[in-house]
Ligand binder design. Structure first.
Ligand SMILES: [Cu+2]
Length: 136
């Protein structure tokens, strides 16, 4: 009886030692896998490059970005934020208008340069509120 009990204890210790070793090995595996995990987000952002999200901030009397540059075929998600005053953004040629706080989405299917401007009479500097959408 006694001998069997000791044998069992030895087996438990052996298992415990094996688990500890496996635990260490697992820790190293996790470190080795870390670069693979990092590559996952960049792969998904590459897939998302068909969509170009642009936020334009308008104030009296300018847009914070005079140019929006996209590749032909890209979908543009355009958001207008009014930091000061009341403005809209209209793109000639595409006949798209974004209102304050809104986002529009359209495909840049025509190459070229398209003027955008504020389409809301907002004051003395209204005519200065222009920019260019460049699709290439
Ligand atoms: Cu205006």
């Amino acid at each position: 009886m006694a001998a069997r009990k000791w044998g069992l204890t030895a087996a438990v210790w052996t298992m415990a030692a094996a688990l500890l070793l496996a635990g260490c090995g697992g820790g190293e595996d996790r470190k080795a896998n870390a670069p693979a995990d990092d590559s996952a987000p960049s792969a998904s952002s590459a897939a998302a490059s068909d969509v170009k999200a642009v936020t334009i901030k308008a104030s009296n009397f300018k847009f914070d970005q005079p140019e929006i540059r996209v590749a032909k075929g890209q979908t543009i998600e355009l958001t207008l934020e009014n930091e000061q005053g009341n403005h809209t953004l209209k793109i000639d040629g595409y006949e798209q208008t974004v209102k304050a706080g809104k986002t529009i989405s359209f495909t840049a299917d025509q190459a070229g340069e398209f003027e955008f401007y504020c389409d809301l009479m907002c004051g003395t500097g209204h005519a200065d509120m222009v920019g260019k959408l460049i699709v290439e």
